[in-house]
Design a protein around this ligand. Structure first.
Ligand SMILES: Nc1ncnc2c1ncn2[C@@H]1O[C@H](COP(=O)(O)OP(=O)(O)O)[C@@H](O)[C@H]1O
Ligand code: SF4
Ligand SMILES: [Mg+2]
Length: 346
């Protein structure tokens, strides 16, 4: 979404890099990622497991483990330079209040020893000036938003199903009405029916609260319905980003085409699923050329020469759409070939 009247975007990220130091060497988990989220916008980030999505989220929220090194050219929230903020200020003024997280495997993140409602009351009182009664009232309202009976606040986590725990964690993230909620794989690990219910619930929440949502998933079909824009991540980089409509109607990057082949689509039920052979790289060494080259059916020798730049591919004057592939000129032929199962044989 274009910022209004030259206002800064809600969140702006430029050239974010994250390296984990491990005993076996460095892991270049995020390798120069740039994107922005507008006010009220839903941005979906899609990519297979191991592409750096959770690391990106942890870096934004300063939740990286010790030993991880992060750097960026710019990290700004409503124009405020987050890189300049000391940890204490970030925790006091930004975390939860401005940026809240529903972590990956959130359904297992509640403390089993405490009632679910009390855990949210505690979080509320730690960050906002509220009496116990006010906090309990807020919990009832939050439960209502996420579709949980307010009386359930007195139950313990083991009395909740996985889907209910996930909704409780979404309630917790919404507690302080943050302008941006980050949901890391909110449907992963839940059965298909519960996944659908959670997605419907997130769509309803979106209509009721004004928060922007950064929705992270390995399943591009999950965000097809929900996101205004999609960024596709591979090997620590964003390889294509654009409006959801354009990303489905006219994708440019072979990895986006591969991801779309691999997941069932609501628009085309019954289409044949074609998986991308192989796995994302381990990211133990910086990748010089295109990160997808080892698995790309369209790779040419020049793909390994240098990192493909992000090139604007959208229609002039239309919404931004960028892709990082050196064969953009061949996209018509690549799209046609990508539909054939034989193209993706290993
Ligand atoms: N704490 C860590 N220490 C070392 N490597 C890590 C750590 N967490 C993740 N990684 C590695 O970083 C890469 C990206 O992981 P992650 O951000 O979890 O990806 P995704 O969320 O897309 O599955 C993977 O290669 C993963 O093995
Ligand atoms: S740059 Fe080459 S290897 Fe990378 S996606 Fe494009 S065609 Fe495939
Ligand atoms: Mg993850």
């Amino acid at each position: 979404m274009a910022p209004r009247d030259g206002a800064p975007p809600l969140l702006e990220v430029r050239n974010l890099r994250v390296r984990y130091r491990t005993r076996r060497g460095a892991v270049h988990a995020v390798d120069g990622v740039s994107f922005a989220i507008g006010e009220g916008e839903v941005l979906g980030v899609a990519g297979e497991s191991g592409c750096g999505k959770s690391t990106l989220v942890r870096a934004l929220l300063r939740l990286l483990p010790p030993g991880a090194v992060m750097a960026a050219d710019k990290l700004a929230f409503r124009g405020r330079d987050l890189l300049a903020l000391p940890d204490r200020t970030f925790r006091r003024e930004v975390l939860w209040k401005q940026l809240a997280l529903v972590p990956q495997s959130a359904q297992n993140s509640l403390n089993p020893a405490y009632r679910v409602g009390d855990q949210i009351v505690e979080a509320l009182q730690a960050h906002a000036d509220m009496t116990g009664a006010q906090a309990r009232e807020r919990v009832a309202a939050l439960f209502d938003i996420v579709g949980l009976e307010p009386g359930l606040a007195r139950r313990f986590p083991h009395e909740f199903s996985g889907g209910m725990r996930q909704r409780a964690m979404i309630a917790m993230a919404l507690a302080l009405e943050p302008p941006l909620v980050i949901m890391d794989e909110p449907t992963t690990g839940l059965d298909v029916l519960v996944q659908e219910r959670i997605l419907r619930r997130i769509a309803e929440i979106r209509a009721r609260v004004k928060s922007s949502i950064l929705l992270i998933t390995h399943d591009i079909a999950v965000i097809a319905e929900m996101a205004d824009r999609i960024a596709v991540m591979y090997a620590g980089r964003i390889v294509e980003q654009g409006s959801t409509a354009a990303m489905f109607a006219a994708p440019f990057h072979p990895y986006t085409l591969g991801l779309q082949n691999a997941f069932p689509s609501i628009a085309k039920p019954g289409k044949e699923l074609i998986s991308i052979p192989g796995h994302p790289p381990a990211l133990a060494a910086p990748i010089g050329g295109c990160g997808f080259a080892a698995r790309c059916p369209f790779a040419q020798p020049r793909c390994g020469d240098a990192r493909p730049p992000e090139v604007a591919v959208g229609p002039p004057g239309g919404p931004a759409h960028d892709a990082a592939c050196v064969r953009l000129a061949d996209v018509a032929e690549i799209r046609r070939a990508a539909r054939e199962k034989s193209t993706w044989r290993s």
